[in-house]
Write a protein of this length. Structure first.
Length: 381
């Protein structure tokens, strides 16, 4: 009997990596990125970060109580401030020669120098930082510009008294654009996400999805400073057994009893806030939940993803955990495609495909003149 031939596709091969990087947009778009959590800089810890083509350190000043993020290497001789460095007051002290650098990047103390003042050249770059709900964001801009929009999708969490219930972390070997481009692809929800994302049930229970999306336009959103946002809604319907979901538009004879009532009461509104932040507002019969998904490009084709789930005080944590688990399994449904696909600059679109041109215009707005240089010289790229 003739044996089966082995599969020879290898997404980690040099050939495939070269093919993938051929047409993708630059790996590091401009915007706010969730680079660490408040707990990482607690107790005088100097936290190291390698992302966005940068080596960074984060620390909290003991007097100011504010988080600062600096370039990781001391301006003196290049020692890494996060490898043996320590927080002294509002400064981080270099382990090599004891230089102390404050949250603005200026050197404020050189222990062995007898100079009356420290030269202005003795400094490193400090980044704009925001700390919200126990998470720390850094502003990345290829041109070095100051922030021109702010994170505001988090405001209602504190206003409504929601508390953090579940955190899930993961990594994906893909370009940052992939997850966001899903918003323009309604039909893949009817194929890739048709099986219910529950292990053991996904072969027997599935559903259809109703999707809407809206991308910013110059006539309305530019005037209100909302060009960095796009919006998306998702609603499941027609829960079905034994593969019935694979025939959209056909009356399903084996619908699960009461499924219409269950699904009609669940509705998800999504906002993409810049390239690295996705907020989910999930309406359920018990009330609203919020989930914030953040994507951090650690390397051009490696994303660190965190999902932070919030709910009102009365909302059962075990239900939040179920939703968080379903969401994580839904991402796993995407993983096999994302980590093995190439990027088509010109897609072969047909009637029934989603608004990909509108999404591509929106995504291009996260880049600037120097974006193409950021990260392209990395070995991984």
């Amino acid at each position: 009997k003739t044996p089966a031939s082995p599969k020879t596709h290898d997404r980690n091969s040099t050939r495939f990596k070269r093919l993938r990087r051929k047409n993708f947009p630059p790996p590091y778009p401009n915007g706010w990125f969730h680079v660490c959590n408040s707990v990482d800089v607690a107790g005088g810890n100097v936290h190291t970060i390698a992302a966005l083509g940068l080596d960074l350190v984060a620390f909290r000043g003991k007097k100011t109580k504010e988080v600062a993020i600096l370039k990781a290497h001391c301006p003196h001789m290049g020692a890494h401030l996060g490898e043996g460095g320590e927080v002294i007051g509002d400064n981080v002290r270099c382990p090599f020669h004891g230089w102390e650098i404050d949250g603005t990047g200026m050197c404020t103390k050189i222990p062995y120098s007898k100079m009356k003042s420290i030269p202005s050249k003795c400094k490193t770059h400090a980044y704009h930082v925001r700390e919200i709900l126990g998470a720390v964001w850094l502003w990345f801009d290829a041109e070095g510009r100051d922030p021109f929009w702010e994170l505001d999708e988090y405001k209602d969490v504190e206003e409504k008294g929601m508390t953090l219930r579940v955190v899930k972390q993961n990594s994906f070997d893909q370009h940052i654009a992939e997850m966001c481009e899903n918003s323009a692809d309604p039909y893949h929800f009817q194929t890739l996400h048709a099986p219910l994302p529950i292990p053991g049930f996904n072969k027997f229970v599935g559903c259809q999805h109703k999707i809407t999306q809206r991308y910013p336009d110059e006539t309305t959103d530019a005037k209100t400073g909302q060009m960095h946002k796009c919006h998306f809604t998702e609603k499941m319907h027609d829960l079905a057994l034994l593969g019935g979901w694979r025939t959209p538009g056909i009356s399903l004879r084996k619908n699960v009893p009461f499924s219409a009532w269950i699904l009609d009461s669940i509705f998800t509104r999504v906002c993409f806030e810049g390239p690295g932040n996705i907020s989910f507002a999930i309406t359920t019969p018990l009330g609203d939940m919020r989930m914030f998904m953040t994507n951090l490009p650690v390397e051009p084709f490696k994303q660190h993803v965190e999902n932070h789930w919030y709910a009102p005080w009365y909302f059962p944590t075990w239900i939040v955990y179920i939703f968080a688990t379903l969401s994580a399994h839904a991402l796993e449904q995407d993983r096999q495609v994302w980590e093995n696909k190439i990027y088509r600059k010109t897609m072969c679109l047909v009637g029934g495909d989603g608004p990909f041109p509108a999404f591509r215009r929106y995504w291009a707005g996260h880049y600037s003149k120097s974006s193409d240089d950021a990260g392209r010289d990395q070995i991984e790229w």
